[in-house]
Design a protein around this ligand. Structure first.
Ligand code: HEM
Length: 237
């Protein structure tokens, strides 16, 4: 007898918009990030580096606002937008994970437990990218929200901050500049290591989705496009 499925609405428009905007922004940030990372080897000029960083930071703002909206939805949204349906921190998660590893449930309406662990790791790393990115944008090309503060901290004449420009020593106090670069160091380290970890995890996220689609056959891929999963009517939830 063939299995009966019913369409069940899971992912709201907000979640789907966040997901695809995040995919596009992270992809572009990674591509431009690779160019920044290898700018010396590629022989990029100073102006070229400033341009790459300006584009990276501009996309970074879109990425950051999108991420902040998603974080807020986790607290104030509905159903599957909420953190208790997204992250692996609710009571009974260990049992859920054990049942999942034994294959005791045939499908999941939201994320399966492995999906929840992956989503938690991805949100953690994306948040690190957002915070560290905003700090280094301030110390590097003096962009908001911290650029004004860092520019003032290194300026000799603090009444004219327009003279503080990326890669320029005009109006810059050398000692204060060194102190500012020391503040920046842990943030750039976090930004780079978090980038490598994301690069490693993203393929596993995609493989997990493909594996779930093949095993559960609940349309998890199209659900992130139209919101609906196809769940077995008599399957074990
Ligand atoms: C998932 C999101 C992101 C990824 C994967 C990413 C990736 C990268 C990578 C690989 C680099 C090169 C690091 C280096 O040169 O040492 C970089 C540099 C940079 N990123 Fe991001 N980034 C992200 C988000 C952001 C955000 C949100 C901002 C700020 C709004 C930002 C600001 C910067 C800046 C200013 C640099 C230049 C640092 C330098 O001087 O080398 N990034 N990013």
């Amino acid at each position: 007898m063939s299995q009966q499925f019913s369409a069940v609405f899971v992912w709201s428009r907000n979640i789907r918009l966040f997901h695809w905007l995040n995919v596009i922004a992270v992809f572009l940030l990674m591509v431009i990030g690779v160019f920044i990372l290898n700018s010396k080897t590629l022989g990029v000029s100073v102006d070229g580096k400033i341009l790459l960083k300006t584009i990276h930071v501009s996309i970074g703002y879109i990425f950051g606002v999108n991420l902040l909206i998603r974080i807020a939805l986790g607290f104030f949204g509905k159903n599957y937008e909420r953190w208790n349906k997204t992250l692996p921190f609710q009571q009974g998660f260990a049992t859920e994970l054990k049942d999942f590893s034994k294959g005791e449930k045939s499908f999941y309406k939201g994320h399966n437990p492995a999906g929840k662990l992956m989503v938690a790791a991805l949100f953690f790393l994306l948040s690190i990218q957002m915070v560290s990115g905003l700090v280094i944008a301030g110390t590097d090309i003096y962009y908001p929200p911290f650029g004004g503060y860092f520019a003032e901290s290194i300026a000799i004449d603090k009444s004219d901050l327009t003279t503080i420009k990326p890669y320029s020593k005009v109006n810059v106090d050398e000692e204060a500049y060194k102190a500012m670069r020391a503040v920046r160091k842990p943030f750039i380290t976090a930004h780079v290591y978090s980038f490598y970890t994301l690069l490693f995890l993203i393929p596993f996220h995609i493989l997990g989705v493909i594996f779930t689609e093949r095993k559960e056959r609940t349309s998890v891929v199209s659900a992130m496009i139209n919101g609906y999963k196809h769940l077995p009517k008599n399957g074990k939830e």
